[in-house]
Design a protein around this ligand. Sequence first.
Ligand SMILES: NC(=O)c1ccc[n+]([C@@H]2O[C@H](COP(=O)([O-])OP(=O)(O)OC[C@H]3O[C@@H](n4cnc5c(N)ncnc54)[C@H](OP(=O)(O)O)[C@@H]3O)[C@@H](O)[C@H]2O)c1
Length: 339
Amino acid sequence: MAQDSMRALEAHDFSIDSLKLAQRPVPKPRRGEILVRIKAASLNYRDLAILTQKYMSALPLPYVPASDCGAEIVELGEEVTRFKVGDRVTPIYTQGWHDGYPTPEQRTKRTLGAPLSGVLQDYVVVPAEDAVAIPSNLSDSEAATLPIAALTAWSTLQEGGIKAGDAVLVQGTGGVALFALQFAKIMGARVIVISSSDEKLGRAKQLGADIGINYRTTPGWGVAVKEATGGRGVDIIVETAGATLDQSLGAIAFGGFIGIVGFVAGMKAEIPLRSIIGPMIRIQGIAVGSRARFEAMNRAIALHKLKPVIDSTFPLEKAADAFRHLEQGKHFGKIVISL
Ligand SMILES: NC(=O)c1ccc[n+]([C@@H]2O[C@H](COP(=O)([O-])OP(=O)(O)OC[C@H]3O[C@@H](n4cnc5c(N)ncnc54)[C@H](OP(=O)(O)O)[C@@H]3O)[C@@H](O)[C@H]2O)c1
């Protein structure tokens, strides 16, 4: 049984320094809902962007940040048959998006960690239909890394129609990139990673990367990637950098797929349209993924005993340090907060 009050980490302003632990009442599950006790959460680039007001600046304060967690069900509302008390689950990031495309309302109003209340608190209530079971090979902390980063990587490769023998380019060594590397390897692809750090490239190779290119020392990495594929180019690019899309267009094979995921190098890209038309490139936006995709991904994770890469773990009381660590960009993989 849950207690009456719980810890909640509230942001009182749009700054890391404004994070404060508060007490809030434990919510009650209504019909069709589950009350979950959060064991661990993980941070995404989005959480930092919101907290530092680069995004969603009209969000009412205070708010509880972060969207991704591993949790255990402690109470069921009436008529819940999907789960039982004690089941380990992960709430999905875009609540209500079960298959196909999300509705505009789900995309803008139903995402956890803003505008819906986040997971840096001991308990949350979600509809039972908006959570998925945790793969049995994963700990709660590992499961906490999946809802945004892993699912986005998985969706990008699925939308790109990945097949054995493809060459895949992943940018950086953050959360999305390392999941894309791991998934592409189990699907039989050859993976090229670009990073600002030779040391991180070495670690990416230990995870299975075939080729590493330092984008700081090789700013024209588009040509280098193409050369590394014998001049053919890569079939799929998991574009987390954004502003360097011109380099990606230099690296892609004819008929290749670029999944636009993020913007760590900047929000705008100037690209010559001819570099898309002639080589018949497909460019598509990616917005995390549906519950059906999440469940398919979890089956692959369980089958291949895939382990997410956790960079570091901070207790809830030190969550501000976790955000600072993310801001510094020294991480390799996911930053976890244990509750
Ligand atoms: N559309 C979606 O559904 C979706 C979902 C998740 C994330 N995103 C977006 O995807 C991006 C990455 O998210 P994340 O959570 O994986 O972030 P993250 O864990 O913070 O990783 C960011 C990584 O980007 C790399 N990087 C920085 N500048 C770069 C540049 N100029 N060129 C290439 N790589 C660069 C860095 O790798 P090195 O240190 O190795 O250089 C860094 O570790 C963000 O923009 C995020 O908002 C979008």
